[in-house]
Ligand binder design. Sequence first.
Ligand code: FMN
Length: 136
Amino acid sequence: MAKMDERVKEMFQKQQDVVLATASKEGIPNVVIVRAKKIIDAETILISDQYFDKTLANMKENPRAAVTVWEKTEGYQIKGTVTIETSGPRFEETARWIEDLGKKFNVSLKSKGAVILKITDIYTISPGSNAGQKIA
Ligand SMILES: Cc1cc2nc3c(=O)[nH]c(=O)nc-3n(C[C@H](O)[C@H](O)[C@H](O)COP(=O)(O)O)c2cc1C
């Protein structure tokens, strides 16, 4: 496991939308944007699935995923392994959070699952001589 430091956590929280990459078991890549995301702890991210299609299919057959966060020219890749919870306290809490979010914006939103990403590696992607280096 790898831990996000305070800076990576701050950027993850501050950034409205983050990029989520998955791949099929044949290695076909897929990239989407996600907004419904939370930090559970320094090693764990939660993403709510409202609309995942290819993303969900990929995660079911290949649990490796990566999230990218950035601000101006500072950025990080957060890589890890996902599990999908569709019942239990974390899913129930996610379902309530997404339903409340929908009410706030007067749209119907429904979570189909809580994607739990356990972080295995973090890399910097900031341009410069350290670009691509593993930081955790
Ligand atoms: C700004 C923005 C925010 C989004 N946030 C989420 C999200 O939090 N959860 C989700 O399930 N889909 C979200 N989506 C939808 C996905 O990006 C994507 O459309 C969906 O996963 C279907 O693509 P796929 O077949 O590649 O999985 C968002 C899309 C945009 C443009």
